[in-house]
Design a protein around this ligand. Structure first.
Ligand SMILES: [Zn+2]
Length: 448
């Protein structure tokens, strides 16, 4: 079985001339922060630098002189962070890659960073960061970051024709299946009919900001339904969709949708995005593997998780990269051998928990689509036939998955609680079965 240690040499960090002034703040999630390269060096154009964040300590001693810190614990912390950066890359490439297709994973390059570089970058980013994110800061201890292709920014190197644009679309598709798990209790049987996202909206949003978007449409591989899902995302995006024109984020309109007046040929673009999704195997694969890794549902998984903790096969410590690699390999092996009984696989408790967690990662990835030149020549010619370009040739594009890191196993109890809250709120607001939504998967479409 492949192990991370055996692959260590493939992921050796490189040394580049890293100057803080060459990088600008791009954005951040809960665990990571991104910077885009704007320098003039020849090695790094078109790259994003990904750094990890950590909670801001309440103790004001954070600014204390380094001499107060024990040297060996300092080094240990740095080593731990370097290993974490390494493991994130291995997880994305070797756990997630084979499940959805290696072509959909962006290449990552680890890179060495100096403390001065991190410090300068933190200072420069601070005024640009949203206040909702500042409870965490760039981890000052890290000495290794990850470089990844910038799918959004536009390099000046490629001269554009007048009226030509580079478009980047980021979609967070979420759960692409309606659970059929036999472990779902009778009281929660609504989970067999209404998809997670459609129910979750009632907990997350008030009536005015709810979207009609249903991921089951987006994952359906059906032209009409995929196009409808894309339209709904444009109408009310709720951070599920972000659109960038020539590297600039298009802000929402007053109704929470994408301001299409700022998006060139927006009607055609929606159709083209749907056509790209339909031309690719990514979404059907993603939905299907999310489902196959989640056969127990959180309701069936939680008792197994607890049993694994009690038996000591899982501990409070997060799984190692070798644990993840082994779980992914065992899952694939089981499937290759015919999957025994897909609905009731014979797996031990630890394996069940790790498979569930890989599914959690897959339910939270983002899909990036970059169209190099928009509108493409063939689109401009058919401009009068807006919205009816299904037979048109697709423009040159690149599609990839981002944010595919391992999630924290310790959150399993929280997932159970959240799941029940989602169901309870939905049933509270939609008590009448006849009026509940039906997010149906089409028969046969799972066999991808
Ligand atoms: Zn739905």
């Amino acid at each position: 079985m492949q192990t991370a240690t055996a692959h260590a040499s493939m992921y050796q960090p490189a040394s580049f001339d890293m100057q803080a002034g060459d990088w600008v703040y791009r954005g951040e999630g809960n665990a990571n922060i991104l910077f885009a390269y704007i320098g003039e060096g020849s090695e790094l154009p078109g790259q994003l630098l990904r750094l990890t964040k950590r909670g801001v300590p309440q103790n004001t001693d954070i600014n204390a002189d380094d001499s107060d810190t024990d040297d060996s614990s300092f080094n240990k912390e740095q080593e731990k962070l370097s290993l974490q950066a390494h493991n994130n890359v291995v997880f994305t490439k070797e756990v997630i890659g084979p499940l959805i297709g290696a072509d959909y994973i962006l290449q990552h390059q680890l890179v060495y960073l100096s403390s001065k570089f991190i410090e300068q970058l933190s200072l420069a980013a601070e005024p640009l960061r949203p206040s909702s994110r500042t409870h965490k800061q760039i981890d000052p201890m890290q000495r290794v970051g990850a470089l990844v292709r910038d799918m959004i920014n536009v390099l000046e190197l490629t001269p554009k024709q007048p009226g030509e644009h580079t478009i980047a679309i980021e979609i967070k598709p979420k759960w692409g299946f309606v659970p059929s798990s036999k472990y779902i209790s009778q009281a929660n049987s609504v989970k067999h009919r209404v998809c997670r996202h459609c129910m979750h909206q009632y907990l997350k949003h008030d009536k005015d900001s709810m979207s009609e978007y249903c991921p089951i449409d987006l994952f359906s591989n059906n032209c009409t339904r995929v196009k409808h899902a894309v339209d709904c995302l444009f109408d009310v995006s709720n951070d599920r969709l972000r659109v960038f024109v020539d590297g600039t984020h298009i802000a929402g309109d007053e109704n929470g949708g994408i301001d299409v007046a700022k998006v060139p040929h927006s009607q055609q673009l929606k159709q083209t995005i749907a056509d790209i999704i339909l031309a690719e195997k990514l979404l059907p694969r993603l939905g299907s593997v999310q489902n196959r890794l989640d056969v127990f549902d959180i309701e069936g998984l939680f008792p197994r998780y607890k049993r694994a903790l009690e038996a000591g096969v899982l501990t409070e410590k997060e799984p190692s990269i070798d644990d993840w690699l082994e779980a992914a390999a065992r899952f694939r092996q089981r499937e290759e051998q015919g999957g025994s009984n897909v609905n009731a696989p014979v797996v031990d408790d630890k394996q069940a928990a790790l498979e569930f967690m890989i599914s959690v990662t897959l339910k939270d990835v983002s899909v990036l689509i970059r169209i190099e030149s928009w509108p493409s020549a063939s689109k401009s010619e058919s401009e009068s036939a807006e919205g009816d370009s299904s037979s048109a040739k697709l423009p040159e594009y690149h599609i990839a998955v981002i944010d595919a890191d391992a999630k924290k196993l310790a959150k399993v109890p929280k997932y159970l609680k959240n799941d029940q809250e989602i169901v309870d709120r939905y049933l509270e607001t939609n008590p009448n079965v006849a009026q509940q939504k039906a997010c149906c998967e089409q028969q046969g479409e799972k066999d991808i």
